[in-house]
Ligand binder design. Structure first.
Ligand SMILES: *Cc1c(COP(=O)(O)O)cnc(C)c1O
Length: 357
């Protein structure tokens, strides 16, 4: 086994799921968003546990992600988020996914491949990315249904649910106003994690939480009731004492001042430990925070120690909490990005183990 690995706690996934569902209306069900390998946590084990917990549907971002879930024997409905591109229609149908339609080109491609195909239509209520404008919705539905496609649902997506509840409520209102005049009854959904936590659009047919299921606060706050479900651990491959003046790593950007203990850890930026943490980041060992010294390499990272650790010491590369130095959220703030990005950067080559499976 590789001496660095991820531990994903599925009991914490369940706790986060309950925290979110406690906020939902009585008839509101959950589409669990497991795109990008369940935000780096591993799509199949996470999806299976979500379904056991009562999640009714899943959502992915690519047809390949959906196919992976199918190969694992998952039969639940799976949504393909994002506006379907005609090039992906065949793979989406082969994997039995429910595509998102926002263009007539994609609707035509889908109808040509499979008359009667199921789809959801997306409305743009203010994000400006994917979706038909609200005033064009009725005409678009008529055209799509005229092609023989079965539109099962209509949805929208919130742009600032983590920071602007007033704008988010206005988006929700725009969505309701767009669907109100329609004659047919469609399944409706809008809320992402931040909207659920803000109590907005929590009583439609579905909600679509992603990041909060993984215990990561969507607003990047370092205080939250959510429980991060992922820890990244590593053992040192080498601990050595460096003489004063000895440089470390590519570019020799750090040099030992006195005699210093330095551990080499067996992961690098190819595993999703950002190179920007060179001479800047920390790992955790007990209650100490060994700093990264020298540049992070592709497969190795060096940290400075006060004294040699016990032989089998386990370093926390990512802690399953909101530690400002070592959690995904804390580190994202330090690097000027978001926990979503650091989670999805975690490479598939890191072994993943699942607790409470
Ligand atoms: C990714 C995504 C979600 C989940 O968003 P979170 O902020 O992770 O909860 C919901 N809906 C759509 C359309 C998405 O692309």
């Amino acid at each position: 086994m590789r001496p660095t690995w991820l531990e994903v706690d599925l009991a914490r996934l369940a706790a986060n799921y309950r925290l979110l569902t406690a906020r939902l209306g009585p008839n509101t069900r959950v589409i669990g968003v497991v795109k990008a390998s369940a935000y780096g946590h591993g799509a199949v084990p996470v999806a299976k546990r979500l379904l056991e917990l009562g999640v009714e549907r899943l959502a992915v971002a690519t047809a390949g992600e959906g196919a992976e879930l199918r190969r694992a024997g998952i039969g639940a409905p799976i949504h393909l988020l994002g506006s379907l591109h005609p090039d992906e229609a065949e793979d989406a149908l082969a994997a039995g996914l429910i595509p998102t339609l926002a263009t007539l080109e994609a609707a035509r491609a889908l109808a040509a491949l499979r008359p009667g195909a199921l789809a959801h239509v997306k409305v743009d209520t203010g994000m400006g990315r994917v979706g038909v404008p609200p005033e064009a919705l009725a005409g678009f539905l008529e055209a799509v249904e005229g092609l023989g496609i079965e539109v099962e649902g209509i949805f929208t997506h919130f742009a600032v649910a983590d920071e602007d509840p007033a704008f988010t409520r206005a988006q929700h209102e725009r969505f309701l106003a767009a669907v109100r005049p329609l004659k047919k009854r469609y399944l409706l959904h809008a809320a992402n994690s931040a909207a659920i936590l803000a109590g907005i659009a929590t009583d439609l047919d579905f909600v679509r939480p992603g990041v909060a299921l993984y215990g990561l606060p969507p607003d990047q706050a370092l205080k939250s009731k959510l429980l991060p479900i992922l820890a990244w651990k590593a053992k040192a491959t080498l601990v050595k004492r460096l003489p004063p003046g000895q440089g470390v790593g590519y570019g020799l950007t750090w040099r030992a001042k006195g005699d210093e203990w330095v551990a080499t850890l067996p992961f690098g930026y190819a595993d999703g430990f950002p190179r920007a943490l060179s001479n800047r980041g920390f790992v955790r060992l007990g209650d100490e925070y060994p700093p990264v010294v020298g540049r992070v390499s592709m497969d190795q990272t060096t940290v400075l120690l006060k004294s040699p650790p016990p032989p089998d010491a386990v370093f926390e590369v990512v802690s399953a909490d909101l530690d400002p130095k070592t959690s995904l959220t804390g580190r994202a703030r330090e690097l000027g990005t978001i926990n979503y990005e650091l989670a999805t950067l975690l490479s598939p080559r890191l072994p993943r183990t699942y607790l409470h499976r």
